[in-house]
Unconditional design. Structure first.
Length: 246
């Protein structure tokens, strides 16, 4: 039984590796996004598993909000550790830690995740990541490829947030809000595309929504986020316990 699980896990990883070893075409991405995805641990969450909303802001900006299903068996401490240590490697194979070495990031979404790493990692005296840190994210969702730096604006036991933009100009913000509950971790994500600076804010917002991030892309991100978030409780507690053994 364990050998079969290891074999399935290894095959899924190799498929995801091959998918991104060559340039992915628009048609391939469309075809991939139209099917229910199978992650390393089985079927990924469907869009309607979460409570979602999408709204247009008065200045032309956009906001997508997702309230995910409670994540049973996952705690705030484990989830925060995951975000802080997301760039590492692991040999977890779905059963034990005797598998081939793979990026931890691929466990979260083997179809869409390509690479993530800290470009600037500021730590406090306890080794926790501080605002001002910068992460590089490369991933796909729908027909879209994202490859950009994000600036961490908040990181604590209630929220992990970062700013999107270019050349120091804010184009939007992604909020991750989480809290423990008897039902499991409660998790809300909210992606806002908007610049609220006086005078130039409306112009920047218009440029971003016109040329960089449109409504279709934001809704594709919602699907992606529901899928990756739904995988969290399946492996993060296991990785947390293994890599924090005294």
């Amino acid at each position: 039984m364990n050998l079969s699980k290891k074999l399935v896990f290894t095959v899924l990883f190799l498929i995801s590796l091959l998918a991104y070893s060559t340039e992915t075409t628009k048609d391939q991405l469309d075809q991939n996004n139209s099917k229910q995805k199978i992650g390393f641990f089985g079927p990924m969450k469907a869009f309607d598993s979460a409570r979602t909303s999408f709204q247009r802001l008065p200045n032309g900006g956009m906001r997508a909000t997702i309230h995910h299903e409670p994540m049973q068996g996952l705690t705030v401490e484990q989830f925060r550790w995951w975000f802080e240590n997301i760039e590492g490697m692991t040999t977890y194979n779905g059963v034990d830690f005797n598998g081939i070495e793979i990026p931890r990031y691929h466990l979260w979404h083997p179809h869409d995740h390509i690479k993530v790493y800290w470009k600037k990692k500021l730590l406090d005296e306890n080794g926790r990541v501080l605002p001002g840190s910068i992460m590089r994210i490369k991933e796909t969702f729908g027909e879209y490829l994202v490859d950009e730096n994000v600036l961490i604006t908040r990181f604590d036991d209630e929220e992990y947030n970062f700013q999107l933009g270019m050349f120091g100009i804010k184009g939007g913000e992604l909020i991750h809000a989480y809290q423990d509950s008897p039902e499991g971790l409660l998790f809300m994500t909210q992606l806002t595309i908007n610049n609220d600076q006086p005078i130039l804010g409306n112009l920047i917002t218009w440029l971003v929504t016109k040329f960089l991030i449109n409504e279709e892309m934001l809704k594709a991100w919602m699907q992606h986020n529901i899928e990756e978030s739904g995988e969290s409780a399946k492996f993060i507690p296991i990785l947390y316990d293994y890599y924090n053994k005294s």
